[in-house]
Design a binder for this molecule. Structure first.
Ligand SMILES: Nc1ncnc2c1ncn2[C@@H]1O[C@H](COP(=O)(O)OP(=O)(O)O)[C@@H](O)[C@H]1O
Ligand SMILES: [Mg+2]
Length: 513
């Protein structure tokens, strides 16, 4: 199959390098984006995707190399220059004025013009929405919209400003599966109308689903640019993770021990119905990691909450060491050895304005370890904090520092240090490495395997297939609130799991066997 010709190059980077203190975020990047195509930038967290997008959008200037648009070098000192040149971008953090309506945000929020013809603007926006199939009510205050809807406002802003190339930085992170479908349909339509789309993602299946071209970035460098039709998910995985990268840690097989967690027939209804649990049954043994795969929004949140005691089940049983824990509070569950690492470590796992040492014992104040004659034992808390900071390599000036100042990786290490301290019998972890840099990711994964080897039963809920394939003893896949498939890691393939994640049951390639 032929790629696009050289004459269709719209945007390109030539030998672009961007350094931040202590890190080369983009290292000699050369890349061509062709007109009227969807081009994915794929890479792990920290690979340099957002930095490259920011260079294309004039947020940063390259330290070396040039950005070219329509074959000419373009020098940008701010997004204003990018917009004027026809480059639009939807960044990960939106820049919207929430009390204003969609229309006002698009029009006033973008052009510093003294007088704006709102009627003409409304007509123009209506045309754009029709052309690309965008559905947003122009008069709704942006603050009343869900985050996924707000993203459409950012997209409209870029279109209204007349962008020829639209860059979207991890847009699916704020969308439901249906929302993703809608976005992708719209992006395809935009490309067929002549717009050029650069879509940033770390999800392999999104690349396969939407893109014409894909460039894989790893540690700030381009691994390769390919036609998407000419690569497989396995190829991309290899390029993204890299054989030489430590992320795929060495996980020895263990023989599992006694049954620890025994869940059967669990139903949990949610208000919207979305993300509820339907007849979920699963088992996790000592020295075993059961991975739960699935596209986000298919019941993983409800599963986590019901297992740690944040919500209760409508039907079914949760046994831990043959004891029914359904009626136990989160604190009581902790007491019997159920520890947890929530996906939202900032809002659920930590008190950001507390000291690091305080977060290290959060929820453990009742524990005998930190008490003496009924009082909190400051000396043992301080000792534990010092040990944790050393053991978990937490980069902080001191344990008495406020937690807020730490990076994502260090925040997660605090949660892990706290949760692992009691040598839990059962550990329930949700997205433990999302948003972490490569070093912290590797560290967290290694600790999980060490816990497994110590004897813990671990339930690992993750949207990162590489992580699941690397760490799990078995992998179960959730779709629409159900476990739709389960497979031993030795028999697991990305294709097989990917099909289950998409809601297709059966085993690909085995129909004829
Ligand atoms: N403004 C910044 N200041 C310092 N370091 C940064 C900044 N932006 C990104 N980095 C670092 O550059 C590297 C690449 O980051 P980024 O481009 O955000 O990766 P990605 O979007 O692929 O996750 C990371 O190590 C990150 O910590
Ligand atoms: Mg990014």
């Amino acid at each position: 199959m032929n790629g696009p010709g050289a004459d269709s190059v719209l945007l390109q980077a030539r030998g672009v390098t961007k350094r931040f203190p202590g890190v080369v975020a983009n290292d000699d990047i050369t890349l061509e984006v062709h007109r009227a195509r969807v081009h994915c930038l794929l890479g792990e967290n920290g690979a340099g995707k957002s930095t490259l997008a920011d260079l294309f959008y004039g947020v940063h200037e390259p330290d070396e190399g040039v950005i070219e648009l329509r074959g000419e070098p373009i020098h940008m000192v701010s997004p204003r220059d990018a917009i004027a040149a026809g480059i639009g971008m939807v960044r990960q953090h939106f820049e919207l004025v929430t009390p204003m309506s969609v229309l006002e945000n698009v029009v006033i929020g973008t052009r510093g013009e003294a007088k704006v013809d709102l009627r003409a603007a409304r007509d123009r926006l209506g045309e754009l929405c029709d052309l690309y199939g965008v559905e947003v009510d122009l008069d709704t205050p942006v603050g009343d919209l869900a985050v996924g809807q707000q993203q459409w406002v950012e997209i409209l802003k870029a279109l209204y400003l007349g962008c020829e190339v639209l860059i979207l930085d991890e847009p699916t992170a704020v969308l439901t599966p249906e929302g993703i479908e809608r976005l992708f349909a719209t992006l395809r339509r935009m490309a067929s109308e002549g717009l050029t789309i650069v879509l940033i993602t770390h999800k392999l299946h999104e690349v396969m689903e939407i893109s014409d071209d894909v460039t894989v970035l790893r540690r700030g460098r381009v691994v390769r640019t390919s036609l998407t039709s000419e690569v497989t998910m396995a190829d991309l995985t290899r390029m993204m993770v890299g054989r030489d990268v430590d992320l795929a840690i060495d996980v020895a097989e263990t023989s599992r021990g006694d049954l620890v967690l025994d869940v059967s027939g669990l139903d949990v209804a949610t208000e919207s119905g979305r993300g509820s649990l339907k007849q979920v049954s699963l088992q996790v043994h000592e020295r075993e990691i059961l991975g739960i795969a699935g596209v986000s929004g298919n019941g993983q949140d409800a599963l986590f909450d019901v297992l740690v005691g944040m919500s209760s089940a409508d039907a079914g049983r949760i046994l831990v060491d043959a004891k029914d824990v359904a009626e136990l509070s989160p604190a009581d569950r902790l007491e019997i050895g159920i520890a947890s690492v929530p996906a939202d470590r900032i809002h659920q796992g930590l008190m950001m304005d507390f000291r690091i040492s305080e977060n290290l014992i959060l929820g453990r104040q009742r524990s005998g370890r930190y008490r003496r004659r009924g009082w909190l034992n400051q000396a043992s808390i301080a000792q534990f904090a010092d040990e944790s900071v050393t053991d978990f390599e937490i980069a902080a000036p001191s344990p008495s520092h406020v937690t807020r100042v730490l990076s994502g990786g260090n925040l997660q290490k605090i949660v892990m240090a706290r949760e692992l301290a009691g040598q839990p019998r059962l550990l329930v972890v949700h997205q433990p490495t999302r948003g972490l840099d490569i070093g912290a990711t590797e560290y967290v994964r290694r600790r999980l395997v060490e816990e497994r080897d110590r004897g813990a039963a671990i339930l690992l809920i993750s949207e990162d297939l590489d992580e699941l394939l690397n760490l799990s003893s078995r992998i179960a896949v959730m779709f629409d609130g159900r476990i739709v498939g389960e497979v031993d890691r030795r028999d697991a393939t990305i294709d097989r799991i990917g099909m289950w994640m998409a809601g297709v049951s059966g085993v690909p390639g085995e129909a004829l066997a």
